[in-house]
Design a protein around this ligand. Structure first.
Ligand code: 2IT
Length: 445
């Protein structure tokens, strides 16, 4: 039998100064501990020890030249967490907050998220503590090239398939994939999120946001509710927020906020037309990392230095970064009558925030379920690359939608409580965990 507190103490001692990794593992282990303690084969297999240690971690130096001719140094990483279900798969993040611990949390989460998609993908994550803000096109290209000079040794279409994440979009994937192609002479799709003319899948850019809204659609149905008249707050203004704004608006909801590091936008008219949500992409590609210009452009309100969680809404979609919604934010949302929280960033809510939502009986969806549509569509991109075919947008979107419906159903199956309510955190963690754990036992050590 595992004693969870003792196990976590030892894990923390082995992984000092990695608070996000400890937060993510604690959440999963709290959900699965009863299942593990009930199954002798899991205990005998020492699965918790084996599932909290990444298969391997690469760290490397990334040297690159600024436009001023000076050489700069960043630290690059790739965490290959677990590959029992398929090749390592997960994004690359360029952000100043990147550390070994934050990438270990993301790779750990990715392992169970990818399991939930039911596609053949293991879990990984990579990145660098590089801040793209204010960097020129050429600086970004030189950085990506240098990062890939190191990373190319460790990846391959059947080994490890990276993609984008915060700070890495289609442009950066192009630079990295182009470098990999030059170094290896191979054009067999080692990245996902590629451009549509060179192996990318239609709907991949939209997939995380669309998938999250499809997941929310199932939550609403499960609760006997619908989209009409729902006021929605979204944080962030990148690719994920863009997809949520577009799809939630099409569903009939009104998205009234987006946000950036500079503050948030309150648009009571709704971010509800293509002109408005496409403008987010323009803001993002400007590399300034601010949302304020939206206010002037569309006559909306800009609230500097604040997060959007103070605005009364029915549904909240955190779409920015880990721990962006803390317990006081959760209390504010609850006091203002929020009904559904769809965590769309990876670990966007702190443990205290999740506990507050659940105690107040609000419906909470965890990121590893709600945002799995992004990596699921990456899996669909891999299938298309393997067969040298491109599917239509309709075909990809229909598959994405079915995957999200199934992920929701898995959360209900394992998360249904005695009173009929659904604990999506517990249900999704158990569903994702069992598949990985059983595959590990099947393959031995
Ligand atoms: O967090 C995520 O799931 C991603 N950044 C997407 C990963 C991928 O391989 O598409």
């Amino acid at each position: 039998m595992y004693d969870l507190d003792k196990f976590m103490q030892e894990l923390e001692a082995r992984n000092p100064a990695q608070p996000e990794f400890i937060q993510a593992t604690r959440e999963v282990l709290e959900s699965v501990i009863d299942v593990v303690n009930d199954r002798p084969q899991y205990l005998k297999g020492h699965l918790l020890e084996r599932l909290t240690e990444p298969d391997r971690v690469f760290t490397f130096k990334v040297e690159w030249e600024g436009d001023d001719g000076e050489v700069r140094v960043n630290r690059g990483y790739r965490v290959q967490f677990n590959n029992v279900l398929g090749p390592y798969k997960g994004g690359i993040r360029f952000h100043p907050s990147v550390t070994l611990g934050s990438l270990k949390f993301l790779a750990f989460e990715q392992t169970f998220k990818n399991s939930l998609t039911q596609l053949a993908m293991g879990g990984a994550k990579g990145g660098a503590d590089f801040n793209p803000k204010g960097k020129s096109y050429n600086e970004i290209m030189r950085f990506c090239r240098s990062y890939m000079m190191e990373l190319h040794r460790y990846i391959g279409p059947e080994v490890d398939v990276p993609a984008g994440d915060i700070g890495v979009g289609g442009r950066e994937v192009g630079f990295m994939y182009g470098t990999w192609k030059r170094l290896t002479g191979d054009h067999s799709g080692v990245f996902t999120g590629k451009g549509a003319s060179w192996g990318g899948s239609l709907i991949r850019p939209e997939a995380t946001g669309y998938g999250s809204v499809y997941y929310a659609n199932e939550m609403l149905r499960q609760a006997g509710d619908g989209w009409e008249g729902k006021r929605v707050s979204v944080s962030g203004f990148g690719n994920v927020a863009w997809g949520v704004c577009a799809k939630a608006s099409k569903m009939g909801a009104k998205v009234i906020t987006i946000s950036g590091p500079d503050g948030y936008i309150l648009d009571e008219e709704g971010v509800g037309t293509p002109e408005k949500w496409e403008y987010l992409l323009e803001l993002r590609s400007s590399n300034n990392d601010v949302v304020e210009p939206y206010a002037k452009r569309f006559g909306a309100q800009f609230v500097p230095g604040k997060k959007p969680w103070e605005v009364p809404v029915d549904m909240a979609f955190p779409c920015a970064i880990q721990n962006e919604l803390a317990e006081p934010d959760a209390r504010r949302l609850i006091d203002n009558g929020v009904k559904y929280v769809v965590e769309t960033s990876n670990m966007g809510c702190t443990a205290g925030a999740i506990a507050a939502f659940q105690a107040a009986r609000k419906v909470f969806a965890p990121g590893k379920a709600a945002n799995a549509g992004g990596v699921a569509t990456s899996g669909l991109e891999m299938s298309q690359n393997s067969s040298k075919l491109s599917w239509t947008a309709e075909e990809v979107e229909a598959r994405l939608r079915k995957i999200m419906v199934d992920i929701h159903a898995a959360g209900v199956r394992y998360g249904k409580q005695k009173d009929g309510s659904i604990d999506y955190v517990k249900g999704s963690n158990i569903a994702g965990f069992i598949k990985v754990a059983d595959a590990m036992l099947d393959m031995g050590y």
